[in-house]
Design a protein around this ligand. Structure first.
Ligand SMILES: *Cc1c(COP(=O)(O)O)cnc(C)c1O
Length: 485
């Protein structure tokens, strides 16, 4: 350490500056050279643990040494989500300006609980979410709140739905009561596991979740939903919430939200739309028809950290009446009472967290830097590349599409002639590619069939990356067919 800021102080400013420049250089190099790394980390479990001391250092260490260990120990154990050939799960879309947002947020370290403790965070959140709402074509009534993840957004929506149903769980809870019937939440059988987690977290129990069958396009069948609700009401149960998905996790199928909204309206049930993945594409004018009916929802979740170029984490819950959320969660301890409470919005009133990160900043950077036009162009390109890949699959006798491609995810499998066990064959194909580090694919099962998923969403992805994965697949297929002989 070259300069000291007093014995008990922080890292001296000069040192911070020096390492700060170095880290920005390092991150810029990382983004520039990311294709040199294997997409999936090649380390074995416990490799990192085995290379680190089991207890904390007694004396402070030189930051140069610590930084050196990022290269030596952390990098090998990183799975490179930003790699343009990361096609598993849903690709991440993180951009560099988003990283700047994270730097400032950490530096300010505001705990955005009260307007007073964080005017910038509180007001910027409102402004940015209003921009996003307009871009997505949602009516003015919708107001948003930022959480960490869609899992948490959805949990809050279901809690608000439960309060609206009039069972006073906020005050009375569920335990020790015999006056509360079984509460029901409805979703399709292709729903994200975060919905299951929400009902178990909220003490509703997994049995409260009723999964509705889908058609051959993996979309919830509204008639089956209506039947299920009728049957449940007949049995004395209380339906509280229906959760259609726009862009399911397995296949990105789209539940018929408009028809489902009719049913929710008829029975007075809260409609929560899970658009965590696909919601950002509502900013593309020609995609708007896919979202028909979502403006009738009581709440909608959209994840800019998934597909709007914003680093994890930033999930938005839009509510038609944000006050309903407030009524479920507002609780003001004496030490949090302020004289301006009626005049301002206090973030802590809308969820279980007290302190909240300054997340709006990175989204503000992203939206301003790319502009609506730039965001639309990038999302369109991802969809174009996915459709291009899908066209190759369709044209090949050795591969087949397994689901429609409404966004930028392609579900497909290899189906070479003469192979009996296609499930085992495709699993091996995928695992071989993943093990090579050249690309990363993930899978789902559709009607019992092992299905490979290719997600296109990196801000760095180009046509050549899609060509590369197609070539890898064809090569691996030829090898596997040869081996099977
Ligand atoms: C990714 C995803 C989620 C969960 O997102 P988190 O922010 O990681 O909790 C929920 N629903 C859908 C449809 C998703 O694609």
């Amino acid at each position: 350490m070259t300069e000291k800021l007093g014995k008990f102080g922080d890292m001296p400013a000069g040192e911070f500056r020096r390492f700060g420049y170095q880290i920005v250089d390092q991150i810029a190099d990382y983004f520039e050279n990311i294709e040199q790394y294997p997409v999936l980390s090649q380390v074995e479990p416990d490799w990192l643990k085995g290379n680190l001391p089991t207890s904390a250092p007694e004396a402070g260490e030189d930051f140069a040494d610590i930084l050196g260990d990022v290269d030596r120990l952390i990098m090998p154990a990183v799975t490179h989500w930003n790699h343009p050939n990361f096609h598993g799960l849903f690709s991440t879309s993180t951009s560099s300006v988003g990283v700047f947002g994270e730097m400032f947020a950490a530096a300010f370290d505001m705990k955005a609980m009260l307007w007073r403790t964080s005017p910038a965070s509180t007001e910027l959140e409102d402004v940015v979410l209003n921009w996003l709402r307009q871009m997505m074509g949602l009516p003015a009534g919708f107001e948003g709140i930022i959480y960490d993840t869609a899992s948490v957004s959805t949990m809050h929506a279901i809690a608000a739905a439960r309060e609206r149903a009039g069972v006073s769980v906020r005050d009375l809870g569920l335990s020790g009561r015999d006056d509360v019937p079984l509460l029901r939440v409805y979703c399709s059988e292709h729903v994200h596991s975060s919905i299951d987690k929400s009902v178990l977290t909220l003490g509703l129990g997994l049995r409260s979740l009723r999964k509705i069958a889908c058609n051959e396009r993996f979309e919830m069948i509204p008639e089956k939903l209506a039947d299920a609700i009728e049957e449940d009401i007949e049995a004395g149960y209380l339906p509280i919430c229906v959760i259609p998905t726009i862009g399911t996790t397995s296949t990105t199928s789209v539940d018929p939200v408009d028809a489902i909204a009719d049913i929710c309206e008829k029975y007075g049930i809260w409609l929560h739309v899970d658009a965590a993945y696909a919601g950002s594409t509502a900013i593309i004018p020609e995609m708007q028809p896919i979202f028909k009916g979502w403006e009738r929802a009581d709440s909608i979740v959209v994840n800019p950290h998934k597909w709007l170029f914003t680093p994890f984490d930033l999930s938005v819950l839009y509510c038609k009446d944000l006050n309903e959320l407030k009524e479920s969660f507002s609780l003001v301890a004496e030490y949090l009472k302020t004289s301006d409470a009626s005049a301002v919005k206090n973030g802590m009133d809308y969820g279980i967290q007290l302190g909240r990160r300054f997340r709006a900043l990175k989204l503000w950077f992203v939206i301003r830097y790319f502009g609506r036009e730039g965001l639309i162009a990038r999302l369109r390109e991802h969809c174009r590349l996915a459709h291009l890949f899908a066209s190759w699959v369709e044209a090949s006798p050795d591969f087949e599409l397994m689901a429609p491609v409404p966004f930028a995810l392609v579900c497909f499998r290899a189906c070479p002639a003469g192979v009996d066990d296609l499930n085992a064959f495709n699993e091996r194909l995928m695992n071989d590619i993943n093990a090579s580090g050249d690309a990363y694919l993930s899978h789902t099962k559709l009607n019992g069939k092992f299905t490979i998923r290719l997600s296109v969403g990196s801000i760095r992805v180009e046509e050549r990356h899609i060509e590369k994965i197609w070539k890898l697949l064809k090569g691996a297929l030829a090898t596997a067919v040869e081996a099977a002989k």
